[in-house]
Design a protein around this ligand. Structure first.
Ligand code: URA
Length: 281
């Protein structure tokens, strides 16, 4: 099924939902021939990230060892990791799988309160082949109205940051911890974040980015299951699902505290330097 067809089907279902239809006759479940994504929509949270050592350091990427292995050692000791074994998806396959997860999100009512107050769900936008995936907190009023993440004031600042990095919004993939707006823009509860986690993990697995940027402490703490303040998670790469994770301040915080913009700019330079791109100061 093409992504466009699936989107139309989802829209139809959403129209039924809004019209008060709660049940439809059972049809055969969607099946993906390649990775079985459809079957995992309702699955529990994926395995938790590795437990941090005594002084909490969530998945910090360690510096390269000072005693380098020879090529022979590396080749002889090489064992394929899960990442090596993951199938490489084409752009079309990624679009189709993301459309399937989006469809599941549209029909999700796990958080009754959020499902009954949302205008619509807010899934994600951008390039399914992006090298960088952005994670924010949750949709606000503007995002709830428009169905797209980061389109309000904070989103406009995020767009400026992306452009300062010589990219366009369409060059990255943008999503949130929660796909529904919490009423009054309150912080997501742990239960809400847990309910939405499988969707986020599916997005990460499908896009399979090299880098993840967590914007703000809600994104950082939830993704990495950490209690550290965001100030202590900045300035280094952490790890999640094979991606290098950079945590930085949320654009809403920058709107309230403009001097912190220079810290975010340092973080962006750090990220892009690692990607082999030198951003001018
Ligand atoms: N803040 C977020 O964290 N995400 C959005 O999509 C909008 C504002």
């Amino acid at each position: 099924m093409t992504a466009r067809l699936l989107k139309t089907a989802c829209q139809q279902l959403e129209d039924f939902r809004r019209a008060g239809v709660t049940h439809l006759p059972q049809v055969e479940l969607l099946k993906m021939p390649t990775t079985g994504v459809a079957e995992q929509f309702t699955s529990e949270k994926l395995p938790p990230v590795a437990e941090p050592p005594a002084e909490e350091k969530p998945n910090e990427i360690q510096p390269v060892s000072s005693s380098p292995e020879t090529t022979k050692d590396v080749v002889e000791n090489w064992e394929p990791s899960m990442e090596d074994l993951q199938p490489v998806l084409s752009l079309e396959e990624k679009q189709e799988q993301l459309a399937q997860v989006d469809c599941a999100v549209k029909g999700c009512e796990k958080c009754g309160n959020l499902a009954s107050t949302r205008t619509q769900t807010v899934f994600g936008v951008g390039d399914p082949n992006a090298r960088i995936l952005f994670i924010g907190e949750a949709p606000g009023a503007d995002e709830d109205r428009q169905g797209e993440p980061f389109v309000g004031r904070a989103g406009q600042l995020l767009t400026k940051i992306i452009e300062a990095c010589q990219l366009k919004r369409e060059d990255v993939y943008i999503c949130n911890i929660l796909k529904c707006r919490p009423p009054g823009n309150r912080n997501p509860t742990q239960d809400e974040a847990d309910n939405c986690r499988a969707f986020l993990d599916q997005q990460i697995q499908i896009v399979n980015p090299e880098y993840i940027v967590c914007w703000g402490s809600v994104a950082a703490k939830n993704l990495l299951d950490s209690k550290l303040p965001i100030g202590r998670m900045r300035g280094k790469f952490l790890e999640y699902d094979g991606a290098k994770v950079l945590c930085t301040y949320h654009p809403s915080y920058l709107l309230r505290n403009p001097p912190a913009k220079k810290d975010v700019w340092e973080d962006m330079k750090f990220l892009f330097r690692d990607m082999g791109i030198e951003l001018s100061s």
